[in-house]
Design a protein around this ligand. Structure first.
Ligand code: ZN
Length: 203
């Protein structure tokens, strides 16, 4: 399986990082080794001094496909959760400055923890899914899927033009504003439609 991550999908987050508005979805990937077993703490990597959280809705791909039409894309994902796209922001800034790929900043081990999946059909409000993250008990990020620049369907269609999607793949759909640093000892709590889906300690 593979993990596909969309960058720059919420306007307010693009502004906070001073990035340009994309004309089409931009994506990168994390390997399977970026998964963190449920209940495990997140080990702060020793190669970074500035690890950021990015709280994102994550789609579960339920059917393989390529060149998927936007109008058919809904058939290819069936469940969703909230996850963290951990980012070594210091390394990412260095990579961007040199024009290098970002993998060392994004694809490292355990950089993609997430909660258990909920069927899309069981969501209270599938057309505007709310999600968020509390850091040490304080709200840091709160997002709504209606604020995405590119919809789930557009993302699935676009990515599948380049990379075949396979059953079991996961898609991080971008972070809203409010990204920031984590430190050893922090506790993150992730919420989907007002309910806590998982907690995570940084060690
Ligand atoms: Zn992200």
């Amino acid at each position: 399986m593979k993990i596909i991550c969309i960058g720059r999908n919420y306007l307010a987050h693009i502004k906070e990082l001073d990035n340009d508005l994309p004309k089409e979805p931009m994506f990168f990937m994390k390997p399977e080794t970026a998964l963190l077993p449920a209940g495990e703490p997140f080990p702060y990597p020793d190669f970074s001094k500035e690890v950021h959280y990015e709280t994102e809705l994550v789609l579960h791909i339920c059917k393989s496909g390529r060149n998927i039409a936007e109008s058919q894309a809904f058939e290819y994902y069936d469940a969703l959760t909230v996850g963290i796209d951990f980012t070594a922001r210091d390394l990412q800034s260095q990579c961007k400055a040199k024009g290098h790929p970002w993998e060392i900043a994004k694809a490292f081990d355990y950089s993609a923890p997430m909660g258990s999946f909920k069927k899309i059909s069981a969501l209270k409000n599938p057309s505007d899914i709310s999600f968020g993250m509390k850091l040490n008990g304080e709200w840091k990020q709160q997002g709504h899927s209606r604020d995405m620049i590119f919809s789930f369907d557009r993302i699935i269609s676009h990515v599948s033009c380049f990379v075949t999607l396979q059953e079991g793949d996961l898609v991080f759909t971008g972070t809203p504003q409010g990204v920031g640093e984590v430190h050893v000892g922090d506790v993150l709590e992730l919420f989907l439609e007002g309910e806590m889906v998982f907690g995570l300690e940084v060690v």
